[in-house]
Design a protein around this ligand. Structure first.
Ligand SMILES: NC(=O)C1=CN([C@@H]2O[C@H](COP(=O)(O)OP(=O)(O)OC[C@H]3O[C@@H](n4cnc5c(N)ncnc54)[C@H](O)[C@@H]3O)[C@@H](O)[C@H]2O)C=CC1
Ligand SMILES: O=C(O)CCC(=O)C(=O)O
Length: 534
């Protein structure tokens, strides 16, 4: 199978070379495309990789039936309609760390440029002047830098600001005290407290509902007279119009902007004429090093997602503590245990399941959320018709059908064991399994019956009376139907009582075979579970 990848927005060659090295990937590199042209082409692609110039809108995603992965060679994904991508099961992968230093360095370059009037100094020199008197500057040393958002970039800015002898204060309600302490940054309890202290205010948050307009007229007025504002994060976090007014009134000494609410900034935008601004055209990440880093990072992750189904880097898959690869056997067990429970309940007449609970042992507990996604996938596949049903959208689709998903207490489960319980119409069925690091995945319990079977290809779960001859009759029937048995595990509660058989078979078992199994003497019921996915 060949996957087609559309690369746009000028992605570094080292990244593209990783894709081109794969025979199963066909890569088309195009310049940033206008929306109609992109709409026309996107239907042919399994993945698109771009930078901030290409907007991955809801409309574009809905126009792309093959699309599996969106790769973003950079941090911000405000240009991607994330909700729609998740609903459609499209993985969104970014490159979160490769351009951190580039932005932090640009911050100091531009702020120093503003404080020392470097653009003006350069202009005067080109004009043939020697004008030292009008080029008086100011220093960073001793000034208080107020950082909104102490993440990767905020942290790198803080580290460098110490070297300039600055005082540091930051506002970030989502970051623990330990990070503030490690970065030697004082914590501002509120944004207002930060505004009260800052000589230079810089924002390094994502653009989202909470941060849009975070620094508006009120916040700018609260800053002390003569303060400087920098936005190298996203246009719209600092309100353009309020900023312009604060610059024109002289309340602010100056501003540094790399990003704008609408990009490219229109040629006649009033900000271009505002006093004391250093404007750059969204070049925070434009260094050779950063572009190489993000391209290699995102291209490798997109390659792995397409070729190996590796979704650990996808922003819209539940986060995993630990290694994704190590969790794969447990994910398979969770998915298949849920599929078995759903099939048995359905054959008992319980079609509408209301609650799914996953409990897992200590070794895999870090992947609880992902295991819940895998179990949700097992519970809905075969029930929901969706050509891109996967780990990304399974939870939302399951919840959309009224299935409540919960992660239960692990209790006394062995380290690599898990249990999936499905409940509906006052009935609950638990299927348990084990996913040891050094062995194959096994199902170990169905309801009250202890079993031991590899959940591969197709499983027949049979309830019968524990009397002689049943196993022989089942074997003969399956043999006559050309169904090859891989494993047959018989479990019983007590001699002569109820028994349960799990039969792992190769290939497909059709409905007529199931019907004939149900009609055998002493057989009470049979469920056939045709597993999906690898
Ligand atoms: N100019 C450019 O070329 C570039 C711009 N960026 C922008 O910079 C942003 C930050 O990047 P990173 O530091 O890598 O992201 P990050 O995720 O490491 O850090 C963001 C920080 O903002 C904090 N935060 C979120 N909401 C907040 C709020 N309401 N108030 C205070 N803090 C809040 C988070 O807790 C987090 O610590 C990106 O989202 C992107 O939009 C990133 C790279 C290049
Ligand atoms: O290079 C780009 O596309 C812009 C970088 C950026 O803004 C980001 O990484 O969030």
């Amino acid at each position: 199978m060949t996957f087609r990848v559309l690369v746009t927005d000028d992605i570094d060659r080292d990244g593209i070379a990783l894709l081109e090295a794969e025979p199963a990937l066909r890569v088309d590199e195009v310049p940033t495309l206008p929306v109609p042209a992109l709409m026309e082409r996107i239907g042919d692609y399994d993945a698109i990789i771009g930078r901030s110039a290409t907007r991955i809108s809801a409309e574009l995603l809905r126009h792309a039936p093959r699309l599996r992965v969106v790769g973003r060679a950079g941090v911000g994904v405000d240009n991607v309609a994330m909700d729609v991508a998740t609903e459609l099961g499209v993985a969104v992968i970014n490159a979160p760390a490769g351009n951190t230093v580039a932005v932090a360095e640009l911050f100091f370059g531009t702020v120093l440029g503003l404080l020392r009037q470097l653009p003006r100094a350069w202009e005067t020199m080109r004009e043939g002047k020697w004008d030292r008197a009008s080029l008086m500057g100011a220093e960073l040393k001793g000034r208080t830098l107020g950082i909104v958002g102490l993440g990767r970039i905020g942290g790198e800015v803080a580290t460098r600001a110490h070297a300039f002898g600055m005082e540091l204060v930051a506002f970030d309600p989502y970051v623990a005290d330990a990070r503030f302490a490690a970065l030697r940054v004082r914590r501002a309890p509120t944004l207002d407290a930060l505004l009260d202290d800052a000589d230079i205010l810089t924002v390094h948050t994502p653009l989202n509902d909470e941060t849009t307009g975070l620094i508006g007229r009120r916040e700018l007025a609260r800053l002390r007279a003569g303060a400087i504002v920098a936005n190298l994060a996203r246009g719209g976090i600092v309100d353009d119009v309020a900023l312009q007014a604060a610059l024109e009134s002289g309340h602010l000494k100056g501003a540094v902007l790399d990003v704008y609410a609408r990009e490219p900034l229109s040629p006649d935008h009033p900000l271009r004429q505002a006093p004391n601004v250093v404007l750059t055209p969204h070049i925070g990440a434009n260094t050779a090093e950063a572009q190489r880093n993000v391209a290699v990072d995102v291209c490798a992750a997109v390659r792995d997602a397409l070729l190996r189904g590796e979704l650990s880097r996808s922003m819209n898959v539940a986060a995993v503590a630990g290694e994704w690869k190590e969790l794969q056997p447990a994910m398979l067990v969770a998915r298949r245990a849920a599929a078995v429970a759903r099939a048995i309940l359905a054959d008992m007449g319980v079609r509408a399941v209301q609650r799914l609970t996953v409990r897992c042992g200590s070794a895999i507990a870090g992947g609880r959320e992902l295991l819940l996604s895998a179990a949700a996938l097992g519970a809905v596949e075969g029930v929901i018709e969706h050509d891109r049903l996967n780990l990304i959208n399974a939870r939302a689709l399951a919840e959309g059908r009224g299935l409540e998903l919960t992660a239960g207490e692990s209790g006394m489960l062995p380290p690599n064991a898990l249990e999936v319980s499905l409940r509906g119409a006052m009935q609950e069925l638990t299927v348990a399994g084990n996913a040891p690091a050094d062995g194959g995945p096994r199902l170990t319990r169905i309801g009250a019956f202890h079993v031991d079977v590899n959940p591969r290809q197709t499983l027949i779960v049979l309830t019968n009376r524990d009397v002689p001859g049943v196993i022989g009759r089942v074997g003969t029937l399956l043999g006559d139907a050309q169904v090859n048995i891989a494993e047959y595990h018989q479990a019983r509660m007590a001699q002569g009582g109820e028994a349960l058989a799990v039969i792992s078979v190769d290939g497909h078992v059709d409905a007529s075979v199931r019907q004939r199994l149900c009609e055998l003497p002493d057989v009470q019921g049979a469920s056939v579970v045709q597993f999906r996915g690898a």
